[in-house]
Every structure is written in structure tokens, then in C-alpha cells.
Design a protein around this ligand. Structure first.
Ligand code: NI
Length: 226
């Protein structure tokens, strides 16, 4: 499932983030690509050990843990420290699937990439092209969100970044290892959670709500690995 999480960062946070990013030295994006995807990848990234990247990444992690929709949709167990990339005119990243397991630099921790995430940081009127295109059983979805919005999608999906034809696309990207590995199970849990929230707002004292939230937790207990 593709899920848009609006306004993870507000516009002041986006502006401050982009200003800090543009001030930094950028390196060839092939450094974090697997051997196969390095051939498809043509962009630039901020080095993973850049103190500015680490500070901005930590701010994004705080916003994620405060965001009810993200927490409910992703059910995160581990989050890879956010990385940053930019695509100038002519740059692109052709079809690929992200590596299944990623080691976090400098620590002995690894993240299984159940969910891929892109936080759009550039104003979409300031660049052409640069859509994130995701292929699933319903076909191809080209996504370009307002600055500060986040897209999460299954790490198992084939995806690409269309060539930028004007301006510059700046984004943060990272992966989530979820408590619930299967995308279809996460989708059921999210649907149920959303329905329970709606019912709570309308009929908070209905005893069926207690039963439904019991079912939610019992499914989560059955499907999660912690
Ligand atoms: Ni990718």
C-alpha cells in the first residue's frame, strides 16, 4: 500500500532543513546503492556521517514518533537514520528494488527494509520531472508530493525516480523495519485502527468498541515479531 502522510514537517521546518542541506558538501549517490542499482542511479547524497545530516535526521525521527498516522500505518520496530538526496536537471534513478537488509553505519545494527519512505523537501512547482514511480499489481503510480509530506510504500516494490527536467528535487529517504513484516497484514491493522478511531469519536461508550479493540490487539499479537 502507498500511504501519504501530510505535513510531517511544517513549512518553516522544511525551509530550515533545505537551507541547512544546501550548505553541505554532496557526494555521489552510488555509495549507498547495491551493486546492481548503482548502475541505475545518478544523483547526489549527503554523507551518512555528516553532523548536519545526523541532526536533521534526528528531527525527522522525532516528527515520525509524534505522528499518529505514521505510527499506525508503519508499526515501526526500527527506523534507518534518514538520508538525504538531490537530483538536478538530467539526474534520475532507474527501476530498482531496495536492498532487503541495510546495516546502519558505525553500529552493529541491521534494518530489514519492510517499508520504504520518501520525505519530499522541494516545492513541486520549483522542479519538473523527478516523480517517484512505484509499480504494484494495480500498475504504475507516479507520486510527487508537496514539501514536508511523506510517502511510505512497500520495500518490496519496484520503483524509480523520473529524470528531473527543470530545477532540483531534494528529499529525505529511509527504511522501516515493521513489527508486522507483511504489507497486507499491516493494511488490515491500519483499516481496523482507523475504523476504531472513527467509532470512538462517535460512540465512545458502545461496548462493541471494546470488543473491536480487543480483536485489533489480538491480531497484532499474532502477527508481530518484537
Ligand atoms: Ni530505491
Amino acid at each position: 500500500m502507498l500511504i501519504e502522510i501530510p505535513a510531517l514537517l511544517n513549512s518553516e521546518e522544511v525551509q530550515a532543513t533545505v537551507a541547512a542541506l544546501l550548505d553541505q558538501p554532496w557526494i555521489d549517490g552510488k555509495v549507498t546503492a547495491g551493486q546492481r542499482s548503482a548502475m541505475a542511479k545518478n544523483n547526489r547524497q549527503l554523507s551518512e556521517d555528516s553532523p548536519v545530516a545526523i541532526r536533521l535526521g534526528e528531527q525527522i525521527l522525532r516528527r515520525l514518533s509524534d505522528n499518529a498516522l505514521f505510527m499506525s500505518a508503519a508499526l515501526p520496530k526500527k527506523i534507518y537514520p534518514p538520508l538525504f538526496n538531490r537530483y538536478s536537471t538530467g539526474e534520475a534513478f532507474d527501476w530498482h528494488i531496495d536492498n532487503a537488509i541495510r546495516g546502519i553505519q558505525g553500529v552493529r545494527e541491521r534494518v530489514r527494509t519492510d517499508i520504504s519512505a520518501t520525505l519530499f523537501l522541494a516545492d513541486p512547482t520549483r522542479y519538473d520531472g523527478g516523480e517517484l514511480v512505484i509499480r504494484d499489481t494495480f500498475g504504475e503510480h507516479a507520486v510527487k508530493l508537496p514539501a514536508g509530506h511523506l510517502l511510505i510504500y512497500p520495500g518490496s516494490s519496484l520503483h524509480k525516480i523520473n529524470p528531473v527536467t527543470r530545477g532540483e528535487r531534494i528529499a529525505s529517504f529511509f527504511w522501516v523495519e515493521s513489527l508486522v513484516r507483511e504489507d497486507s497484514q499491516r493494511q488490515l491493522l491500519l483499516d481496523m485502527d482507523v475504523a476504531i478511531q472513527r467509532l470512538t469519536a462517535q460512540h465512545a461508550d458502545d461496548p462493541a468498541l471494546l470488543q473491536l479493540s480487543g480483536v485489533y490487539h489480538n491480531l497484532l499479537r499474532r502477527w508481530s515479531d518484537v
